[in-house]
Design a protein around this ligand. Structure first.
Ligand SMILES: [Cu+2]
Length: 117
């Protein structure tokens, strides 16, 4: 009986560790070159992981009437775009060297991250 409990506990711990380190990380690191970002009280998701060797298409949809979010800026890519309410705006990012790049609203109050891997 004790052995069984220890085994079950061990399996649970291993499962948790796996989930904690790999499950989450996978979600964060898995690069995609097509993303849809909802602009509502910020950027959702706020961290976007993209591959270095392919052009990436980001589609932004602003559903937040807050004028603070009506402009999006990707300073490293020299991109600045107006986001009309409830309209999809496509931003294309060329293949880029690995690194962390920021994106923010016109007033630099809301932030997001583009991770190129
Ligand atoms: Cu703003």
């Amino acid at each position: 009986m004790d052995k069984l409990i220890v085994t079950l506990l061990g399996a649970t711990v291993i499962g948790f560790i796996y989930w904690f380190f790999f499950g989450k990380k996978d979600e964060l690191v898995q690069p995609k070159n097509v993303w849809s970002v909802l602009v509502e009280g910020g950027y959702k998701p706020s961290t976007i992981t993209i591959p270095r060797d392919k052009p990436t298409t980001l589609t932004f949809t602003r559903t937040d009437a807050n004028s603070c979010l009506e402009e999006i800026v990707l300073p490293d890519f020299k991109i600045k775009k107006f986001l009309p309410l409830d309209k999809e705006v496509v931003i294309t990012i060329p293949p880029t060297k690995p690194g962390i790049y920021t994106l923010h609203c016109g007033m630099n109050m809301y932030h997001g991250k583009i991770i190129v891997v």
